[in-house]
Design a protein around this ligand. Structure first.
Ligand code: NAD
Length: 495
């Protein structure tokens, strides 16, 4: 059986002999084993990251940018291979995997602008003959812990920017789909990144705890579920690290009576069922306002009948399996709870079987109508292909529903009324907002992050937020006085 090792100091190696299986979600088969790193692996990664960081921080931003530029070309060249690694272990369709890698690639493209992004500020004569300037300097060794659902894109929200800023980086990818991260690190070495600047440590909670408690690590970036995000935020903060910790979501899409209904239905279909609903920006709640609900549910149901659920090897597939047997069971349990609590099950994706893939972790598209705000399926994140339709009598009711929800990642409104759209974008308590756009994921040169239980810490990912997170601010005040000594000053200088 193939063992997926760590990537430390430019080499694939692991000292720990512990492993856990990695499955192909389409077949349920074990396809490899991944190292569960121990203290020795961690120590190796720290030595390598610390040693390389000093020289890397002294490498000019322009030279760093040129390596990033070569890295971009290598990712483009290896796109098919990277996408296959993602699809085989995650289960998402090949085109969707490519799309997600492209979104990660855009962060590399953004990071190529690092000479400009680190330019700083200068003020001449802040006082008489006194100048002042601010620069941003790297933190040292940074760490990132990432979820299973975007094995390429989410790590790429983090390490290209951290490394461009002059840090070294230790990545702990999800143990469920670790292969793509190793390939991404190898390609960076091929592009000219010195050994040790990017290390990948595989494993589970044990290695995460070593990261959180290490005095050698300056910052932790986390993306995953809310309970773990809180734990990471609290533990890393207690250990005086800089932390950005992104959690789960329950994203609403409001359909106003004046919306273009076919555009709304298409938006909901892709956003609810793409990647089997395993996206932090997936739309899991459609809020139908006024009398549009019956038509909306009917049209979504019709489209779902034509949706093709199939493994990633099928080029016609719209949606693949979910990540694991446990997760499939958890989603099906949520569907049962929805029925028990009185929601109308319009389409049931439980016990979904595909010929030849009977052991795969497939869940069919599922639609609930007449979901209310006190139901479990409304309150909690399901993270599967389950759409809840909530009926609201007017815009105000829809608006309050979203603002009162515990999560605050994304929300969208479909309408042709500019005044309503402006009220929504201005007043909604959500980090990423869409108007006639189903999944409002910000591009690399903006920043990604939610509000409320969807983000802990004061920085979002990538964009200028990323540059600020991975650097410390230093402000220097300088003067070159004449040799005549003017004597001490005991009052605050004001000129
Ligand atoms: P998860 O929280 O189970 O795992 C995330 C990472 O944390 C993994 O690397 C895992 O090994 C590690 N981990 C798991 N349990 C841990 C523990 N008890 N202590 C320390 N580390 C632990 O999340 P997941 O199932 O891999 O990913 C799905 C979740 O991620 C969903 O909730 C989804 O909404 C969220 N997500 C959020 C965003 C966002 O931007 N807000 C993006 C992608 C995914």
């Amino acid at each position: 059986m193939k063992i997926i090792k760590n990537y430390i100091d430019g080499k694939k190696l692991s000292k720990s002999l512990d492993t856990i299986p990695v499955n192909d979600p389409s077949t349920g088969e074990i396809i490899s084993e991944v190292t569960i790193s121990n203290e020795l692996d961690f120590a190796d990664a720290i030595v390598s990251a610390k040693k390389s960081q000093i020289a890397w921080s002294e490498t000019t931003p322009l030279k760093r940018s040129r390596i990033l530029s070569k890295y971009k070309t290598l990712i483009e060249k290896n796109m098919d291979l990277l996408a296959e690694l993602v699809s085989k272990e995650h289960g998402k369709t090949l085109e969707d995997a490519k799309g997600s890698i492209t979104r990660g690639l855009e962060v590399v493209e953004f990071a190529c602008g690092i000479p400009h992004l680190l330019k700083g500020e200068f003020s001449q004569n802040v006082g008489t003959n006194i100048d002042s300037w601010s620069i941003r300097q790297p933190l040292g060794v940074c760490a990132g812990i990432t979820p299973f659902n975007f094995p390429a894109m989410v790590p790429m929200w983090m390490f290209p920017i951290s490394i461009a800023c002059g840090n070294s980086f230790i990545l702990k990818p999800s143990e469920k789909d670790p292969s793509c991260a190793i390939k991404l690190a190898e390609l960076f070495t091929e592009a000219g990144l010195p050994n040790g600047v990017l290390n990948v440590l595989n494993g589970d909670k044990k290695i995460v705890d070593l990261i959180l408690n290490s005095k050698q690590i300056e910052s932790v970036s986390f993306v995953g579920s809310t309970p773990v995000a809180k734990y990471i935020y609290e533990t890393a903060s207690k250990n005086l690290k800089r932390v950005q910790s992104l959690g789960g979501a329950k994203n609403h899409l409001v359909v106003m009576p004046d919306a273009n209904i076919d555009q709304s239905v298409d938006g909901i279909m892709g956003a609810a069922f793409g990647s089997a609903g395993e996206r932090c920006m997936a739309v899991s709640v459609a809020v139908a306002v006024g009398d549009i609900a019956d038509k909306l549910v009917e049209k979504i149901d019709l489209k779902c009948q034509k949706l093709r659920v199939a493994p990633w090897t099928d080029s016609e597939s719209d949606m693949g399996p979910v990540i694991s047997k446990d997760h499939k069971e958890k989603i099906e349990e949520y569907i049962s709870i929805g029925v028990k609590e009185g929601a109308d099950l319009i389409l049931d994706g439980r016990n979904y079987k595909i010929q030849g893939y009977e052991n795969g972790y497939f869940v069919g598209p599922t639609i609930f109508d007449n979901v209310s705000k006190d139901m479990t399926i409304y309150k909690e994140e399901i993270f599967g292909p389950v759409l809840s339709v909530v009926r609201a009598k007017d815009y105000q009711e829809a608006f309050e529903l979203i603002n009162n929800h515990q999560f605050g990642n994304g929300a969208s409104i479909y309408t042709s009324d500019g005044e309503i759209a402006r009220h929504f974008t201005t007043n909604i308590k959500i980090g990423m907002v869409g108007v006639n756009v189903p999944i409002p994921v910000p591009m690399a040169f903006h920043s990604f992050g939610g509000w409320k239980e969807s983000l802990f810490g004061s920085h979002s990912m990538h964009g200028i937020e990323g540059i600020n997170f991975y650097t410390k601010l230093k402000t220097t005040t300088s003067r070159w006085p004449k040799s005549i000594n003017e004597g001490p000053e005991f009052i605050m200088p004001t000129n």
